[in-house]
Design a protein around this ligand. Structure first.
Ligand code: NAP
Length: 257
């Protein structure tokens, strides 16, 4: 099977320094792409670029800032002229009981997960090549009704909706827009966003794995593999979809008969 399916293509992964973004950048590079990653923390960005190797480039940027998003677009345009693949991945949030939600948390999750995705795609419109593939990172939480995740889940429902609207807006340029909805994928975010200890993560993973038909939680590479598919010509007849990558958790009964 051809492995370098993205050879020479230029990709951007926002929030590519850790977790799903990092694993996706790794898979894009393995498939032959030149990959730009962004993140807010310069040191973490530098470490990620070093780990990813010579096909990776870092741009320190906050996805929720219009001027940063424009600077990212300008940098890629100056270096390559155009962009073939965009993974708008930067995002996050954490569980908080409804009564305890602060205005600050609501603003922060809406700002990064929704405004940030809009600004990212909007800023790149003049750089995205006709025929490019745009993938937005959503979440299975958009379907699930998980305790404490109302605002986060609502932001991810918004992301899915944005993708469907942009599929229409960009169809004349043959730009495909899809979302990926990851299931449970333990990442650095579980400690620094969710504030979980390693023991809590281990206990959660052990418990939730029994609810997932494939019998395990996901890896960042699982999401990267789905991303490479949506980024490549193998998915040229697919647009406007939500690709659920959750080991069957939200669609299949995992218990015993
Ligand atoms: N892990 C899961 O189980 C799961 C499931 C469904 C969906 N997701 C989604 O997957 C995405 C990645 O999550 P993850 O679990 O991989 O989290 P993570 O390990 O915390 O990684 C988040 C990445 O995004 C960057 N980032 C955060 N806010 C940013 C901003 N405003 N501008 C630029 N970069 C930013 C972080 O770097 P800096 O902090 O340095 O900026 C980091 O590189 C999120 O959209 C999340 O909602 C995750």
């Amino acid at each position: 099977m051809e492995t370098q399916v993205l050879k020479g293509r230029v990709a951007l992964v926002t929030g590519g320094t850790t977790g799903i973004g990092f694993g996706s950048a790794k898979r894009l590079i393995e498939a032959g792409a030149i990959v730009y990653i962004t993140g807010r923390r310069q040191q973490v960005l530098d470490e990620a670029v070093a780990k990813l190797g010579p096909s990776a480039h870092g741009i320190q940027a906050d996805a929720a800032s219009k001027s940063d998003a424009q600077r990212v677009a300008d940098t890629i345009k100056a270096a390559h002229g155009q962009l073939d693949i965009l993974f708008a991945n930067a995002g996050g949030g954490h569980a908080t009981p409804l009564a305890d939600l602060t205005e600050e948390q609501i603003d922060s999750e809406l700002s990064i997960n929704v405004k940030g995705v809009v600004l990212t795609v909007q800023s790149l419109l003049g750089v995205l090549k006709d025929g490019a593939s745009v993938i937005l990172n959503a979440s299975i939480t958009a379907d699930m009704g998980l305790p404490g995740f109302a605002v986060y889940a609502a932001t991810k429902a918004a992301v899915r909706s944005l993708a469907r609207s942009w599929t229409t807006d960009l169809k004349d340029r043959k730009i495909r827009v899809n979302t990926i909805s990851p299931g449970v994928v333990p990442t650095e975010g579980y400690s620094h966003e969710q504030k979980m200890t390693q023991q809590q993560v281990d206990d959660y993973v052990a418990r939730v794995a029994s609810e997932i038909p494939v019998g395990r939680v996901g890896t960042v590479e699982d999401i990267g593999d789905a991303l490479v598919f949506l980024a490549s010509d193998a998915s040229s007849f697919i647009t406007g979809i939500d690709l659920i990558v959750d080991g069957g958790q939200t669609r299949v009964y995992a218990g015993k008969n």
